[in-house]
Design a protein around this ligand. Structure first.
Ligand code: UD1
Length: 309
């Protein structure tokens, strides 16, 4: 199956811009909708006229109605993505992440969009000590952000039941790669560590550094999205997107330091409030149902990403 026409919400952001690029390269007509709150025009500038850029907000129902018309697939990547920001301002992140998602789904069902692929998060698992984290485990959202992502999954399922809209929700683990914005204190740890390493500055590790994460390359996240958009078996389902492997934050810094030829000692600070200790995905479901195989090995992915910083 080829995707003739796609809309990517949040398409000027980190993950969305890689997705827009991949879709364009495989011949789809791509529209990007982004309000540039955390996305940047320069993330898609290199795509030229290959993608149509629309500056606007996912809460704008009229705009969404126009943009969803004629799309086979809508990739919903727009969100207030920071857990910490959702803790500081739960109302704002709720408006964007929940109301915005309902508006996207509503525009899709009104316009007969074939499928909606939605960005969910491993945050929905919370601090469940059971590892690896599998879709069959009961969710335990601990932050407004996690509640909002889980709510989005439930809306997706309800829209399937009520209107026959095909949806797929992808629970991203910790995504990394070029164009991940390092500028906020809540940015992904790899973007922060790389910026520090390149600048020759010591990073801060919150806690003792033994906490673990499953870091998945944005290239593999794009692969998962394309499979979710095109495989019949994906409809109506929720899948983890990770590698099935974990690394401890202290070891992550060691590798980045090696790649950047620095051996700065990290500064240790108290653990961040609400931080999860261990996170690793079970990718059995997406592997068996969609044939997903993570292709980017962490060390190689980090080396490729470092070139960007
Ligand atoms: C969390 C969510 C993820 C969400 C992301 C958005 C979980 C499991 N994951 O990621 O779904 O998309 O927030 O913000 O809830 N760290 C340092 N030094 C730094 C920065 C981070 O030691 O300078 C540590 C953190 O304390 C944490 C780890 O690195 O233990 C990863 O942090 P981060 O990259 O912010 O991601 P999560 O909090 O795992």
């Amino acid at each position: 199956t080829t995707i003739q026409r796609a809309l990517v919400t949040g398409g000027a952001g980190f993950i969305g811009s890689h997705l827009a690029e991949a879709l364009m390269k495989q011949g789809s007509r791509v529209t990007v909708l982004d309000n540039l709150s955390t996305g940047h025009r320069h993330n898609i500038a290199h795509l030229g006229d290959g993608v149509e850029f629309v500056e606007g907000d996912i809460r704008d129902a009229g705009l969404l109605n126009r943009l969803a018309e004629g799309c086979d697939v809508v990739f919903h990547q727009a969100a207030v993505v920071s857990v910490t920001l959702s803790v500081q301002d739960p109302s704002h992140s709720c408006e964007v992440n929940d109301l915005g998602t309902v508006r996207v789904l509503d525009a899709c069902r009104r316009n007969g969009v074939g499928r909606v692929v939605m960005a969910s998060s491993s945050a929905v698992y919370g601090d469940d000590p059971q590892l690896p984290k599998a879709e069959s485990m009961p969710p335990r959202p601990m932050s407004p952000y996690a509640v909002q992502k889980l709510t989005g999954e439930f809306y997706a399922a309800a829209f399937g039941g009520l209107y026959g809209l095909e949806t797929v929700c992808l629970r991203y683990f910790n995504v990394y790669g070029p164009r991940q914005d390092p500028s906020s204190p809540y940015s992904g740890v790899i973007s922060i560590f790389m910026t520090k390493a390149v600048a020759g500055q010591a990073p801060t590790i919150y806690g003792d550094g033994s906490q673990s994460r499953d870091f998945v390359s944005v290239r593999d996240v794009v692969q998962a999205n394309l499979l979710a958009a095109t495989q019949t078996a994906a409809a109506g389902r929720v899948f983890n997107v990770g590698t099935g492997h974990f690394i401890r934050i202290h070891d992550l810094w060691t590798i980045i330091g090696e790649l950047a030829h620095t051996n700065l000692e990290p500064v240790f600070a108290p653990p961040r409030a609400g931080d999860i200790r261990e996170s690793v995905s079970d990718i059995g479901e997406i592997s068996s149902a969609l044939g997903f195989r993570p292709r980017v090995e962490l060390r190689q992915g980090l080396a490729d990403t470092l070139d960007w910083y």
